[in-house]
Structures are given as C-alpha cells and as structure tokens.
Design a protein around this ligand. Structure first.
Ligand SMILES: [Cu+2]
Length: 349
C-alpha cells in the first residue's frame, strides 16, 4: 500500500511537472509582434489576427490642430491648378483600419522557419467639407470606404542563437505588391457635388512595390518572466506604377512578460515606430485635403501596450493586446493615432 502511494505521488508529480514545463504562455512575444518566434524542424503553425486601429482628430507636429484652423490656414498644395482653393477645404476627422491577417509558418530545418502572411484591409475615413473657396462654414460631412487584400509578406526566420534561457533570430523577407492602388471614393466637395475620385494614399491597400523586410529578434527567459526586443524594418526599393514610393518603416519594440496561473501571461510593451513621407506622386490623387499631399505621411510614434496570452498544451494559443500612443510627431496635418488592438489565435502542430 505504502509503495503504491509513493508510486502514485511520484506519477502525479511527474505529470504536473511535465504539464507545467511543456508550455509557457510568455514563450511568444505580445500578439501584435510579427515573426517573434521560430519553430523546430517539421513544425507548422497557422494563425489569424484581427487588428483594428483608430485615428482621430488632426495633429501638426506634436500639437493638435482643429478642423477650422486647417481649413483657414493650411495651404492647398494644388492651389495653382484651375478651380482649386488656396487652403484645404476637406478635413478628415476619423479613420478606422481593420486588418484581418492570416499567417502560416513552417520549419524545414531547425535553423530556418518560413513564414507567409496575407491580409485583408477594411478602411473607413470620415470628413468634414467646408463651403466654397474660403471661410469656416461647414457644408457637410461624408465617409469613404476601401477594402480588399493587402500586400503579402514572405519571410525567413533564421536562428542565430538558442540556449536554455535565450534566443536570437534574424528576419529576412519580401513584401509582394498584392494590394491595389486604384481604390476610389465618392466625396462631398466644397461646391456641394459628389464626384467619385481616386482615394488618397492612406486609403489604398498596398505599396505597389516589392519591399525588403529585415529584422532582429531577441528573447530571454527566466523562471516566471521574460523579456524581449525586436527591430523590424520595411524598405521600399522601387517606384510603383502610379509614380510614388511609400516611406520606409522602422519599428523597435521591447517587452516584458510575466506568467501567472500556469497557462497565462500578461505583458507590457514599448514601441517606437518611424515612417518616412511619400516620395513622388500619383497624378490621380488631387484635392484640397491633407491626405492628398504626399508630404503629410511621415510619422514618429511611441506607444505602450498591455497584453494577455493564453497557451494550451496541445498547441493552441490566444493573445490579446491593446496599444495606445504616448508621443507622436506627425509631418504635416495628419489624423493622430488613437489606439490599436490585436486579437489573435495561433495553432502549431
Ligand atoms: Cu509560429
């Protein structure tokens, strides 16, 4: 009997130990971080992420600017063209971008994991239209929408270092121009008409160029907590068919995660995001609105995030992260970032 008890205790001890050591929720970075981990030879992973983002009210540099002030003081880049007013007359008030992202990962060998990501975008922008050529009399408001497949990203995650307590890998990839650049929008113009014109740069679905993706990810693990950092850049190498190049993007992230209740972890994250302005111009994008000016796309944004991760022993994971900006410096008047969220599911087998 005593022997039986000892064996039983030993058995359960080993089972629980096994169960606890097999999975840790903080093994992955906060869910918004792309390509944060690699896999072992023969492993597959599929994932789905829902990523809504909200932008609201305009900012010039680091200070807020009202719609009335934009309409009465910001020069219209196209004012020399016939019928164009001297200042901006249409002001965006809010934008939402919802991204649905499907991902797949596969590791042919231990040192290499291949990753593909396709996404569907749903953009919506609300505007205020001012009457005529000058003044701050509002004519009305309107909302435009664009949606479709965005650019497709193919990446290699190359393992550089792996020990019991830390990991380092390189990300090298390309972004293929699968997103369309000729989305249109029906607007309300200052004269009260409703023409359908090409939607501005920020409402288009892709870059139109094959872009290079490069990055480095480091993670370090302790008994019940971990931290990590990632640099990830998207570099444009060409001019698209419409005659412009989107700005290069750089992201630097640092995160801290803590395990709790065996299958959960919470995380906090600091992100620095830098995007250069657009070079060149699409001759079909024109009008007295800040979004039609390629110079109004550069941004430097620092955000903080709070996240929750849940991991199961059989390969299923769920992650949620909420991100708010704490500092943003925007070139030209631009809608300022309000918040971002990511809800994601991953399954590896
Ligand atoms: Cu994976």
């Amino acid at each position: 009997m005593r022997l039986f008890l000892i064996i039983t205790v030993m058995f359960f001890n080993s089972v629980t130990k096994e169960t606890f050591s097999q999975v840790r929720a903080d093994d992955h970075a906060p869910i918004s971080i792309m390509g944060d981990h690699y896999h072992e030879a023969g492993e597959f992973m599929i994932s789905y992420r829902y990523m809504p983002m909200t932008m609201k009210e305009s900012q010039l540099g680091t200070s807020k600017i009202s719609s009335d002030l934009i309409a009465s003081t910001i020069p219209n880049r196209f004012s020399s063209m016939e019928g164009q007013p001297p200042t901006l007359r249409i002001v965006p008030t809010e934008m939402t971008m919802n991204m649905h992202m499907l991902g797949a990962m596969f590791a042919p060998t231990d040192w290499l994991t291949l990753m593909v990501m396709i996404n569907k975008l749903e953009n919506e922008m609300s505007h205020l239209t001012y009457k005529g050529m000058m003044g701050t009399t509002v004519r009305g408001s309107f909302t435009t929408q664009t949606s479709g497949i965005g650019d497709t990203k193919l990446s290699s995650l190359i393992r550089v270092r792996e020990t019991q307590s830390d990991r380092l890998h390189i990300t090298a990839g390309i972004s293929l121009p699968t997103g369309e650049l000729d989305q249109t929008a029906t607007i309300l113009n200052p004269m009260g008409m409703n023409p359908t014109i090409r939607a501005p740069y920020g409402m288009q679905l892709g870059s139109g160029t094959t872009d290079v993706i490069g990055g480095l990810t480091y993670s370090r693990f302790y008994d019940s907590w971990s931290w990590g950092g990632q640099w990830l850049s998207t570099i444009r190498t060409d001019t698209n068919d419409e005659g412009y190049t989107l700005g290069d993007e750089h992201r630097i992230n640092g995160w801290y995660s803590r395990s709790f209740a065996s299958n959960f972890s919470w995380s906090t994250r600091l992100e620095y995001f830098d995007r250069a302005k657009i070079q060149g111009m699409d001759s079909n994008i024109m009008g007295p609105v800040q979004t039609a000016d390629p110079d109004n796309y550069g941004a430097k944004i620092i955000s903080i995030g709070l996240g929750l991760n849940f991991a199961m022993e059989n390969g299923h994971r769920i992650g949620l992260e909420y991100l708010v900006p704490i500092h943003q410096d925007l070139e030209g008047p631009q809608l300022k970032l309000e918040n971002q969220m990511t809800l994601g599911y991953q399954f590896s087998f």
